[in-house]
Design a protein around this ligand. Structure first.
Ligand code: NAD
Length: 266
């Protein structure tokens, strides 16, 4: 297997659940964790897509399966964690990756849109932490990595529900890190625009134009976010908890050619 030959086994013997794991960044986190020796479960809203993603990784010799998991449903979380403990015997890592974005600003954001975005990004992350933590404790500890966003740290006139829900993820990360220490570490990763379906939906030209002002001058690739997720998930991050890692090509440090750099939408 190419991945195993190329990489040392930084995740050997660990069981990892990645939500929203059938495409985009979730797929990259799942593959990289598995390449480093983890037994990976992709939690997927679309089970068929999840099964296809897992089957294609198994063809590369990786230990990956999929299960149905809509992160907004407490019952679905309970069932998923029970199923993982039954099939894999333990849970060591949770990557709360599932997320949705809508673009309305404060004047246009309907209550339905607000509730939908908060349900997935904020409540979904809360439910993940709440339901995974007891299983991790039974396994002797673990690591939770939440996907926030560079948008959580700057105000924008677009994507109101998204930016607010991601800011909540930053604080949820801190609160959970304090509550669950020392057995379970909880951290977040804040990407800027990354070349996935979510960002491509905004238009390829828009994406290119927006990211040229980043100091690194381009959108991230999913693998570049996944590498930081892997670090936080692994024992190499043994003294890191309650932290947010900005993986943003320098976007939040400032923008080239503009005194007032804007990170929206990412
Ligand atoms: N792409 C970017 O520019 C960017 C930037 C910053 C942060 N992020 C965050 O990174 C994470 C991954 O985003 P992506 O770019 O891969 O997006 P994506 O749209 O490609 O993938 C999102 C995944 O979440 C899943 N999902 C949505 N609602 C769900 C639900 N209720 N239950 C379970 N799964 C659900 C989708 O099925 C999909 O697999 C998200 O949390 C996103 O907010 C993305």
């Amino acid at each position: 297997m190419a991945g195993e030959r190329e990489h040392p086994q930084r995740m050997a013997d660990k069981v990892a659940l990645v939500t929203g794991g059938s495409r985009g960044m979730g797929l990259a986190h799942g593959r990289l964790l598995a390449e480093h020796g983890a037994r990976v479960v992709l939690g997927c809203r679309d089970r068929r897509q999840g099964d296809e993603a897992a089957a294609s990784m198994r063809k590369d010799g990786l230990d990956v399966v999929a299960l149905a998991l809509d992160v907004t449903w407490p019952d679905a979380w309970e069932e998923a964690i029970r199923a993982i403990e039954r099939s894999h015997g333990r849970l060591d890592v949770l990557v709360n990756n599932a997320g949705i974005m809508t673009l309305s600003g404060i004047a246009d954001c309907t209550i339905e849109e607000w509730n939908e975005v908060v349900a997935v990004n904020q409540t979904g992350t809360f439910l993940g932490i709440k339901h995974a933590a007891p299983a991790m404790s039974r396994s002797g500890g673990g690591s939770i990595v939440n996907l926030a966003s560079a948008m959580a740290s700057t105000g924008s006139d677009r994507a109101l529900a998204y930016q607010v829900s991601k800011a909540a993820v930053l604080h949820l990360t801190r609160a959970a890190a304090v509550s669950l220490a020392p057995a379970i570490r909880v951290n977040s990763v804040s990407p800027s625009l990354t070349a996935t379906d979510m960002a491509q939906a905004l238009g390829k030209d828009w994406l290119r134009q927006r990211t040229t002002s980043y100091p690194l001058g381009r959108p991230a690739e999913s693998i570049e976010i996944a590498r930081v997720v892997l670090f936080l998930a692994s024992d190499e991050a043994s003294f890191v908890t309650g932290a947010d890692y900005r993986v943003d090509g320098g976007a939040l440090a400032g923008g080239k050619g503009s005194a007032a750099h804007r990170t929206d939408v990412d």
